[in-house]
Design a protein around this ligand. Sequence first.
Ligand code: ADP
Ligand code: MG
Length: 593
Amino acid sequence: GRLLDLVVHSLYSEREIFLRELVANAADATDRRRFEALTDGALALPEDAKIRINPDKEARLLTITDDGTGMSREELVSNLGTIARSGTRAFGEQLENAKPEDKPSLIGQFGVGFYAAFMVADKVEVTSRRAGSDEAWCWTSDGKGAYTLAPATREKAGTDIVLHIKEDADEFLDVWRLESIINKWADHISWPVTILKEDGETTANKGKAIWRRPKNEITEDELNDFYRHVSHNFDTPWSTLHWRAEGTIEFSSMLFIPGSRPFDFGQEQSRDSKVRLHVRRMFITDDATLLPSWLRFVVGVVDTEDLPLNVSREMLQATPVLARIRKAVTSKVMGELKSRAKNDAEGFEKFWENFGSVIKEGIWDDAEHRTELAGLARFRSSAVDGWTTLSDYVARMKPEQEAIYYLTGDNADIMAKSAQLEGFRARGLEVLLLSEPVDSFWPDRLSSFEGKTLRSITQGLEDLEKFALSNADALGEAADLEKLLPALKDALGEDVSEVRGTDRLVGSPVVLAASASGPDLQIQKLMRRSGQAMPETPPVLELNPRHPLVRDLAARAEAGQSVEILGRVLLDLARIRNHPARDAGVFRRRWYC
Ligand code: ADP
Ligand code: MG
C-alpha cells in the first residue's frame, strides 16, 4: 500500500501521463505479439490491430483495449499483482532514499508505469486473454495494496483495462481532452490509437514513428511532412540526418537542419535545443537539451530504448544516458556540417547565412568545440569578395605577419570603406570584417587559430611599421608630433584617454581607437544600444602624421599656438567616422559654434 502510494503520488508531475503509460503498454504488447507471431503463425495479429480508447461518461469508465499478447493468470499475478516484481519491498525504501540521479535506473529496473492508472482511478479492472490460450482472467484492484483474480470471458486475445474514474478526474472522460493527450504524448505510436465517440471512432495519433522505418521506405513527401511537423517551417530541410546508433548506447534519430531561418529565430525565450526525446516511440519531453545551444536551430527526434518510459523530468537531468546521447548526436551534426563545408561550399554558405551567427556562439562558449567551429566559420574580408575562412586567410598572410586582423562593426559593406582599414590596405594586409553582434565576443575566447593570434584593429597596433607601404612616396613626409600630442591631450581633456600617432591611416587625418584598458569600441556601442550600463571609457584619438591637416597642426604646436579649435574638429570628424548616424548632429552643432 505504501509503495503504491509513493508511486501514485511522487513519480509523476502530471496526471495525464497515466494514459501515455497505458497506451505504451498496449503498444508494447502489440509489438510483442507481432514478434511472437514471426515464429508461431497461430498468434498472428488481427488485420486491424489497434489500441482503442473508450470513454463512458455515464458509467464513469475509461477503457483501453489492445490486441496484444495479453496476459495469462500467472502473468497477471507477476506483472500487475506484484509491484516492483523483479525486486522486493526494498524498492520502496530505495526509491524513497535514492538520490535523484539514481531514480531513473531504479524505476527502469522495477517497471511501475501501470500503477499510474491509480492517479485517476479508484478501481482498475484488467481483463486479459493470452494469445494462444482460450482462457481469460480478470485482475481487479483499488490500488490500496490488494487485488483479486477471477475467471472471465474475452472473445479474442488481448487486454481491456477498465478505469473507474475518480470524482476529481472527470476531464479524462472527455473525448476532446483524451485526443489532445494522445496527440501530445503518443502521436508517433506505430499502431493506430482510436477514441470511441458517439458518432463512431476517430484515430487520435497522426504520425507513424517515421524515424524508426528503414530509409529506403520513406518517401520525400513523408520526410518533408515530418520536418514541417517538428519545425513549424514550410520550407524543405537543408539537411536530413536519419540514423540508428548501436553499441554502448542505442537510439534512432531523425534530425533536420532547416533550409531557412525561421522568421522569429533569435527572439525565443530560451537558447536551449528543442529536439524531442522519445522513449520507445513515446514522446517524453522537448526540453532534455539534446544538443548544445549553438545547435539550437536543429529540429527533430531522438528515440531511445535505454531509458525507462516513466522517467521524470527531474531524473532526466541526472541520467548519464542523456549525456552519452548528447555527445553522439552533437558529433553526428558536426560531422555533417564539416562534410558539407568541405564538399559543398556553396550549399554551406547558404547554411552559414541562416545560422552562422548561432554557430559563432559556440566559439564563445564551448571550449571543446571552439577550434572546430572556428574552422567552419565564414567571414567577409577586406581582400576578397564573398565568404572566406580563417584557414584561407592564414594561407594569404604575409610571411612576417603574426596576427589575424579583424574589424568589428554593424555592416560589412560600410566597414569595407572605413578609415580604420586604410593603413592595412596600403600595406597589403587583409582584415576580416565582422558585422554581427556576437562577433564582438568570440574573438576574445579564440586565443589563436593555426598558431596565429586574432587582433582587433581598433585596439592600438604597434607593429604596422614593419610592413612596407606600397606607395610610400606619394604619402609625403611624416610630421614630428612631439609637441602636438601633449598639447592636443591638454586641449581635449577627458574626451579622449590618449592622443597618439598611427601608421594605419593613409588618406584620413584621424581615427578613434579603443583604449587598451577598456573594452573594444564595438562592444561599448552594443552594450549601450541594449540599454546596459557601460562605463564611459574615452577613446584614443590617433593622428596620421602624413596628413596635411595634422602636419599643419603640428606646426602650430611647434610655434606655441593653440590647437584647441582645430583639434576639436578633428575629434568630431573621427567620431563621425565611428558612429556615422548617431553623432552627425553633435558634429553639426559643434561645427556651427
Ligand atoms: P513496464 O512497462 O515498464 O514493464 P508497467 O508497470 O507499465 O512496467 O507494466 C508492467 C508489465 O505488465 C509489463 O511489463 C507487461 O508485461 C505487463 N502489461 C502491462 N500492460 C499490458 C498489456 N496491455 N498487455 C500485456 N501486458 C501488459
Ligand atoms: Mg509500461
